[in-house]
Design a protein around this ligand. Structure first.
Ligand SMILES: *Cc1c(COP(=O)(O)O)cnc(C)c1O
Length: 434
């Protein structure tokens, strides 16, 4: 790579002169479109055209854009109490949210932060300090190959080391890694891969381990890589035998995305710590939470100040975020079929698509359907096939954001049958033109 190479001026021209877009190399991307409104599953652009948001705007939009219930809850909270310092005060929406999420997850304590990365950072810090507070410090962390846990330093450290975090590699703390035995329809070597993975985990767990962190059922940014619930259960068994903590990063998989309210429930496990964000507020406001078991919390209580979890964010438990989250939970409770039935709605479409000669590794978990485009050369994030398909499906009014040659649908729960058909039809048509 030639680091001194300057980007040709041309690349800048069509871009906003003041914005620095996320996860984007502007020299090789087309400038963003301008969205001015949202309406359920649709984004509405400044030229009046509509696009189905088939990836829930980076996996956050849960019930649909501009949902009235959530919008109203935020508006009414904003005219009541917009923010209060959460170290000296609590407020009704935070208490209600904590009570509800405790009941739903079985983990009694809720710690607020601002996004998915911070929810993961908090989980990692709590896990390490828990061992410290108990007087048996442990520092080994175990994560899975291909994992993505966010972009702050701790979250980067437990994530897969790759192009995205290469500049920081020497500064990331060491983490041991276990292969992720992802599977798909027609996979024949799964048992072998699961065995290799569990053996590696057992080996690593021979050293005292603070925590194992995983994305239950689906690794998102790692390519919508899905594992069997039974595998997650086997991981939990090994973690329990080794007396380590289990952290579930449900930032993506939580709130119905995997067909159950939380993915850990479908896998039949109970983690010690759970990180949640993305769908938490229905996708309306940035907020993260880390759920912790009471026995974890208990080790932080005592006269000695060093037992304290000295961590907090300015906007901890922002009342607007809490009001949005409570409204979103209301909607999930009123209509659990919206996520429970999504898998069976995807099924006939994905079965049809699976027969396409350019489609490989079709896979489905809850609301998330994915496949890889068969490509010449190497797979991976920088592969261009997905980008070509993205351009094609846009012509049919559908917005996708493939991960390299991995194509996936992760739509808002409000997507109706006709819109779902439109997504699959757009993909089928797009595949003919790449
Ligand atoms: C998106 C994501 C994160 C990071 O969340 P941000 O809100 O983007 O910081 C962490 N873990 C998983 C599994 C994610 O998908």
């Amino acid at each position: 790579m030639n680091n001194s190479q300057s980007i040709p001026n041309e690349a800048y021209k069509e871009w906003n002169p003041n914005l620095w877009p996320p996860f984007t190399q502007i020299a090789s991307s087309s400038p963003p479109q301008r969205a001015i409104a949202g309406d359920g599953a649709h984004l509405i652009l400044d030229d009046g055209s509509r696009l189905i948001d088939a990836i829930s705007s980076w996996w956050v939009t849960l019930h649909g854009h501009a949902n009235q219930t959530i919008g109203n809850a935020i508006a009414s909270q904003a005219s009541q109490l917009e923010q209060v310092i959460f170290a000296d005060f609590t407020h009704p929406e935070a208490e209600r949210l904590a009570r509800r999420l405790s009941n739903k997850t079985g983990l009694e304590r809720l710690f607020f932060s601002d996004n998915g990365s911070t929810a993961v950072e908090v989980a990692l810090k709590i896990a390490c300090q828990w061992w410290h507070n108990k007087g048996e410090p442990r520092h080994q962390l175990i994560a899975f190959e291909g994992a993505y846990h966010g972009d702050t330093f701790g979250a980067m450290a437990v994530g897969e080391r790759n192009l995205f975090n290469a500049p920081f590699e020497p500064m990331l703390f060491p983490v041991n890694r276990v292969p992720w035995p992802s599977t798909w329809w027609g996979d024949e070597e799964l048992q072998m891969r699961e065995k290799v993975s569990l053996e590696r985990l057992e080996k690593l767990l021979e050293i005292p381990t603070a925590a194992v962190i995983l994305e239950p059922l689906v690794q998102g940014a790692g390519g919508m890589s899905m594992v069997r619930p039974e595998f997650i259960k086997e991981v939990e068994n090994r973690v329990r035998q080794a007396d380590a903590l289990l952290i579930a990063d449900e930032v993506l998989t939580g709130f119905g995305r995997c067909g159950s309210l939380f993915a850990f429930q479908r896998a039949g496990i109970l983690p010690d710590l759970i990180a949640l964000s993305k769908g938490l507020t229905g996708g309306f406001l940035p907020m993260g939470v880390t759920m912790a078991h009471e026995n974890i919390f208990a080790a932080f209580v005592g006269e000695n100040p060093s037992l304290t979890f000295w961590h907090g964010h300015s906007f901890t438990a922002n009342p607007l975020g809490c009001a949005a989250a409570n409204a979103s939970l209301d909607l999930l409770e009123e209509n659990p079929q919206s996520f429970e039935n999504f898998e069976s709605r995807h099924l006939p479409h994905l079965k049809r698509l699976a027969k396409h000669p350019k489609v490989k590794k079709p896979r489905l978990t809850g609301t998330i359907a994915a496949f890889d485009i068969k490509v010449e050369g190497s797979d991976g994030y920088l592969n261009l096939a997905g980008r070509q398909l993205k351009t094609q499906v846009m012509k049919s009014g559908v917005f996708l954001r493939p991960l390299g040659n991995v194509i996936y649908l992760l739509p808002p729960l409000c997507l109706n049958d006709a819109q779902l058909e439109q997504c699959y039809a757009a993909i089928r048509k797009g595949l003919e033109n790449i």
